[in-house]
Every structure is written in C-alpha cells, then in structure tokens.
Design a protein around this ligand. Structure first.
Ligand code: A3P
Length: 305
C-alpha cells in the first residue's frame, strides 16, 4: 500500500491561465529545466482519456519480452512516471515525510527508453522535449465521455479537488475550470503543435476500443518497433479491459488515496457512457457550446462507435 500525505483535497488556482493544484506546480522550476533524452517517449493526455491503457501498451511493447516480471511486480504509475507530480509520502503513522518528485525519479530511472507520462497542456511542456525531438504520443477521447470519466475519478480521489455534483461539474468543464485546464484548449493545443514540425502521434480512445490491434500496429510504425504476431497477441491479451481491471499493478487499488467504494480507476471502458449521465437539456447545451469552442473542423471525435 502507498500512503501519500494528503491532509485534504487541494484547491484549484489559476496558474499562467490554467487551473492547477499545487501537486503539479510545486516543482515548476525543476520541471521546466528537466533534461529530456532523445529516446524518451512522452505519453501526453488530458486526464481520463485512456492514458493508463496506452501506458500499459507501451510498457509491454518496450519491456514485455525483456522483463516480464516488471508487469507483475511494479505498479504502472511507477513503470511510467508522471513528470509533473510532487507528492509527500509518509511511511507509517507519524513517519518521516519524504517528497516524491516526478523529475527526480525520472533522472534516476535506469531503463531506456524512459516512458514518461504527462497531463500538462502543450505550452507547459519542458522545452528539452522539443529540442531533443522526442517521440510523443497524445491520447485523447471525445469530450462527453471524458467529462463523465473525469467526474467519477474526481469523486473517488482526494488527490484532486472537490468535484461537487454532476450538473455543476459539467458547467465547470464547459467553463474550462478543471485541473489541467479546459479540455478544448488541451486537445486543440496539442493538435496545433502536431501540425508544426514535431514528433507527435495522436491516439483516439474510440479507435483503441474499436480495434486495439490496428492501433498497436500504428504505434509500432511511429515508434520504429517491430512486433511478432505472437508478441502482439500477448499484448492484446494483457491490455483487455477485464484483465486490466483485475490487475492490481494497473487498477490503482494499492493507492489508499482512492476510494474504490465510490468508483473504480479502470471503470467502464466504453464509448458512449455519457448517454447514461447527460440529460437531454445538458446534451443540447453542451453541443451548442462545443460548436463555438471547437471551430477547427480538422479535429474530429466520435462520441459513439
Ligand atoms: P471510464 O471511466 O470511461 O471507464 P486514464 O488512464 O487517462 O485515467 O483513463 C481512464 C479511462 O480509460 C477510464 O474510462 C478507464 O476505464 C479507461 N480504460 C483503462 N483501461 C482500459 C482498457 N483496457 N479498455 C478500455 N478502457 C480502458
């Protein structure tokens, strides 16, 4: 069990125009000066858009054959480290606090390549990732399923700010006052960056659900990896929804800061769950607002498949 020192839910505050909490800004200077290596692989995503799924796939692609015990003994959040996180860990009641910073852990990481996760909007990414032309995979998902999943997640974890009730949460999502900023700016900002010379591959959650094998093939071609048919089958088996949901190294049940009586980290794994949450009126208002914010017709999402 991991026990972080989080006395209460953190507050959101405006940070360079983006709503953030101190867990992700406390280490800002080190973060901005972080030295990326040319073979680092960065997995970027707005929270709750399939990041963990992608992290598992990438971890298996790079380390599945070489060190299978890695998957059974190391939690996914340690195999793929969050770049911007700063948390205090207390070992035992009254134990000495120990500050864990994503940047420190990554600097000491012996594996190559380093698989690095981030939820930061594109403008906050340390410049060394661009200078080193690192490969970046951006995971994204339709806004309606994303907000539903984010709501359930924030209800279950004290690591994030208080979510409030569903209808006020949806309003706040539309206003963009969410941890890591507005979904709209996040997905569009990264998409714009992809249009400039960069090394970014977009993965849509809906595509992963529709045909995981096809998306793994695309990932391999982006990453310059070759994968045997058996290797691919092994990965596909490992990353099935039910398998991941019951895998303690992936489902986050070892984190005490999440209340699994409220929800699950690996929750439903469906496209279109928003239909079980949005009222007709909420859907109309959301769609209207969406059209205003997502004028760039190049980025298309599917909210059902
Ligand atoms: P739901 O809450 O809609 O179920 P992240 O890892 O970015 O926090 O994203 C979490 C979302 O990805 C959750 O969505 C979770 O259930 C879903 N997910 C995780 N692993 C999955 C898998 N193997 N297949 C389908 N969905 C998965």
């Amino acid at each position: 069990m991991f026990k972080l020192d989080i006395p209460s839910r953190p507050e959101l505050f405006d940070f360079h125009g983006v709503s953030m909490t101190h867990h992700y800004t406390d280490n800002w200077e080190n973060l901005q000066n972080f030295q990326a290596r040319p073979d680092d692989v960065l997995i970027a995503a707005y929270p709750r858009s399939g990041t963990t799924w992608l992290c598992c796939i990438l971890d298996l692609l790079y380390f599945g054959e070489m060190s299978p015990e890695r998957q059974t003994s190391i939690p996914i959040f340690k195999r793929v480290q969050l770049l911007e996180g700063t948390f205090t860990l207390r070992e035992g009641p009254g134990g000495t606090p120990h500050v864990l910073r994503g940047t420190d852990t990554l600097e000491k990481l012996p594996t190559s390549p380093r698989l690095i996760k981030t939820h930061l909007p594109v403008q906050f990414i340390p410049k060394s990732f661009w200078e080193q032309n690192c490969r970046i995979i951006y995971s994204t998902r339709n806004s309606k399923d994303n907000v539903v999943s984010y709501f359930h997640f924030e209800c279950m974890t004290v690591i994030h700010p208080e979510p409030g009730d569903w209808s006020s949460y949806l309003q706040r999502f539309m206003e963009g006052k969410m941890l890591f900023g507005p979904w709209y700016n996040h997905v569009n900002g990264w998409w714009k960056k992809k249009q400039s010379p960069s090394n970014i591959h977009y993965v849509f959650y809906e595509d992963l659900v529709e045909d995981t094998g096809r998306e793994i093939d695309k990932l391999c071609s982006f990453l310059g990896l070759s994968l045997s048919a058996e290797g691919k089958e092994r990965i596909l088996n490992r990353v099935q929804f039910d398998v991941m949901k019951s895998d303690n190294m992936v489902n986050h049940t070892i984190l005490r800061e999440m209340d699994f009586n409220i929800s699950s980290f690996i929750r439903k794994g469906k496209v279109g769950d928003w239909k079980n949450h949005f009222t007709v009126a909420q859907n109309e208002e959301f769609e209207e607002d969406y059209k205003k914010k997502m004028k760039e017709d190049m980025l298309q999402f599917r909210s059902e498949i």
